[in-house]
Design a protein around this ligand. Structure first.
Ligand code: MD3
Ligand code: FE
Length: 203
C-alpha cells in the first residue's frame, strides 16, 4: 500500500519484505568490515543510535561537526561498497514515488537498541537538497515523528514497521523529523533491534 504523508513524502508499506533476507545478509557483511559505532555530536553528546555506512559517501559526526566522508574514520579505509540489493531497492522505490533517476552515492545504516532515539532534526548536510532521501525500516517497529519546515511546526506521529520504505523529496526534504525511544521487543528475523537504511545523494 502507498500513503502520502505530505507532498513529496510517500510511504510504500512492506516494499522491502520481498528482499529482506538479502538486505539483512548485506548489512551483516557491511558491519563486519565497518562496525556499528555510537558517534559523538559536535556538542559532545554520544548518540544512542549506532551507525555505519556503505557507498562512496558516509555520514559522520565528531567534535569537528557533521559531514560526509569517503573513508571510515575508524581505520581510514573506504566504506564498504553499496550492495546491489540496496541500490536496486532504493532506485525502484524512488521511481515509484515520482523521483526517477535517483542515484544514491551513500547509505547510512542506523541500529536502534531499546531506548535509542533520534531527536527532531533536519537532513541538510547533502550538497544538493534537490535529491530525495529513501529510507528502509527493518526489525522492531518505531514511532516516527514528522513535523514541518520550522522547529515550531506541529509534529505528527506515524508507525514505521519492518519492510516499510519511505521516500522524502520535494517540499518535505527539509522537514524536521525524528524517532521516539525504541520499545523493547523481538522481531522473528531481525531480533531485539531496529535497523534503518537511508539512501542519499550526498556528494
Ligand atoms: C524526512 N533516520 O538517518 S528515516 C536519519 O529511522 C534519520 O533512523 C530515521 O532521520 C531512522 O537522518 C528516520 C526517515 C527519514 C529520513 C530522512 C528524512 C525521514 C526524513 C529526510 C527529510 C525528511
Ligand atoms: Fe534524518
Amino acid at each position: 500500500g502507498r500513503e502520502t504523508l505530505a507532498p513529496g513524502a510517500v510511504i510504500l508499506r512492506g516494499r522491502a519484505i520481498a528482499t529482506e533476507a538479502q538486505l539483512l545478509e548485506d548489512i551483516a557483511r557491511i558491519s563486519a568490515a565497518a562496525p556499528f559505532r555510537n558517534m559523538t555530536t559536535p556538542g559532545g553528546y554520544k548518540m544512542s543510535v549506532a551507525m555505519t555506512n556503505c557507498g562512496g559517501a558516509g555520514w559522520v559526526t565528531d567534535a569537528q561537526g557533521y559531514r560526509y566522508a569517503r573513508n571510515d574514520p575508524l581505520g581510514g579505509a573506504p566504506w564498504p561498497a553499496m550492495p546491489a540489493s540496496f541500490l536496486t531497492l532504493a532506485k525502484a522505490a524512488a521511481a515509484e514515488a515520482g523521483f526517477p533517476g535517483f542515484a544514491p552515492d551513500g547509505c547510512l545504516i542506523n541500529r536502534y537498541e531499546p531506548g535509542a532515539k533520534l531527536s527532531l532534526h533536519q537532513d541538510k548536510d547533502e550538497q544538493d537538497l534537490g535529491h530525495p532521501i529513501v529510507s528502509v525500516s527493518l526489525g522492531l517497529p518505531a514511532v516516527f515523528q514528522f513535523g514541518g519546515l520550522t522547529r515550531a511546526a506541529p509534529v505528527h506521529r506515524y508507525p514505521l514497521l519492518h519492510g516499510d520504505v519511505v521516500v522524502w523529496g520535494g517540499p518535505m526534504r527539509l522537514a524536521y523529523h525524528g524517532i521516539l525511544a525504541l520499545k523493547p521487543g523481538e522481531h522473528p528475523r531481525v531480533g531485539q533491534i531496529r535497523l534503518n537504511l537511508t539512501f542519499r545523494h550526498a556528494l
